[in-house]
Design a binder for this molecule. Structure first.
Ligand code: ADP
Ligand code: MG
Length: 330
């Protein structure tokens, strides 16, 4: 059986006056049917560009310059623009941080959802309406029938985001790309909205690629985790592997920077909040070795000269770090 999504040696570059920014230097990973995969990493590491590349919506002057993107065994890179339009919003949908940019303020919620169904499916307005109401119920929007007549500005931020989730799941997509979908909301509302998103996606068998920098969220919802740094995957594994046996010093740094996660002795005195030193390198001028080397507390001989490949640490766990060369060879 094919994975829902297989990203194979994807490269997405921005050609700018100051040079070529390798937003995605090279990225490969897969998402299985119904799986929830969280993509994490600091700002500017290429997470959003990975999601936009999957939909072939990289903004100018960015361009996919290499690699393949397989959706259920079909290579999207070989699709025409009209074939891609049929994929977007149907087999693959996406939700963003700020729902006001995606919902049209001039139309009622009902009209937008009904249209979203009818773009892709030949069904009557009545059928489309029923589908929309059922989906609003699934994302636990109170009084869904009445809300069909509301305009976006009449709803709270959390309610609007539920509508966006309903719209994204309307046609039972194989894959939902969620890019920091709740960052603009209050913390308490964030948790409720995420819970609803995950439950609704599980009901329709939809896999999720969830981009977030909030590792507490990841520990709640992820089946697997992909850690990105400077346009590459530096570690991936099951949520358990990443949280209990993080193998890349970058992953360990990210984990130490979250206050709420117990690491090691939970009974000991509380550590002050750790902050990783240094900055993400310029993507126009990546160092020849490991991109994390200048910030890495464990760097040694090969690190600044040679880029580490992904070393397998188990059937589901891999890390691109020279520390694991020997382990992987055993
Ligand atoms: N419009 C743009 N022009 C030039 N470079 C860009 C542009 N948008 C993104 N990039 C490059 O792509 C990199 C990755 O961006 P992005 O995927 O948005 O990061 P993330 O979502 O992980 O914060 C940025 O660090 C930047 O170098
Ligand atoms: Mg982003």
């Amino acid at each position: 059986m094919y994975p829902v999504l297989k990203i194979d040696n994807l490269q997405t570059h921005f050609h700018t006056r100051t040079g070529v920014a390798k937003a995605i230097d090279v990225v490969s990973f897969e998402i299985g049917k119904g799986e929830i995969v969280c993509v994490v990493g600091e700002s500017g590491c290429g997470k959003s560009m990975t999601a936009l590349s999957v939909l072939r919506l990289v903004p100018h002057p960015g361009r996919i310059v290499g690699g393949e993107i397989w959706l259920d065994g079909e290579n999207l890179m070989a699709f025409s623009e009209s074939e891609m339009r049929a994929v977007r919003g149907d087999r693959v949908s996406m939700i963003f941080q700020e729902p006001m940019v995606s919902l049209n303020p001039a139309f009622t919620i009902g009209n937008q959802l009904i249209e979203a169904v009818r773009i892709h499916r030949r069904v009557s307005r009545t059928e489309a309406r029923e589908r929309a109401i059922a989906m609003l119920r699934r994302v636990e929007l109170p009084a869904p029938e009445a809300r069909m007549d509301a305009y976006p500005h009449e709803l709270s931020g959390g309610m609007r985001q539920r509508v966006m989730i309903a719209e994204a799941l309307l046609l039972d997509p194989a894959l939902l790309l969620a890019d920091e979908p709740t960052t603009a909301l209050d913390v308490t509302v964030q948790a409720q909205v995420l819970e609803v998103m995950v439950r609704a996606a599980r009901e329709s068998g939809t896999a999720i690629m969830m981009i977030t920098h909030n590792l507490a969220v990841v520990s709640e919802i992820a089946d697997r985790v992909v850690v990105m740094y400077a346009g590459r995957v530096v570690e991936q594994g099951t949520a358990e592997e990443i949280f209990t046996r993080p193998a890349h010093p970058y992953t360990r740094g990210l984990l130490r920077a979250i206050p709420s996660l117990p690491l090691g002795d939970d009974d000991g005195p509380r550590q002050p909040l750790y902050e990783m030193g240094g900055l993400v390198p310029s993507l126009t001028d990546l160092p020849p070795g490991c991109a994390f080397c200048p910030r890495c507390p464990e760097a040694f001989a090969p690190c600044d000269r040679e880029r580490p490949p992904g070393f397998a640490l188990g059937s589901t766990h891999a890390a691109a770090c020279w520390l694991h060369r020997q382990e992987a060879e055993r």
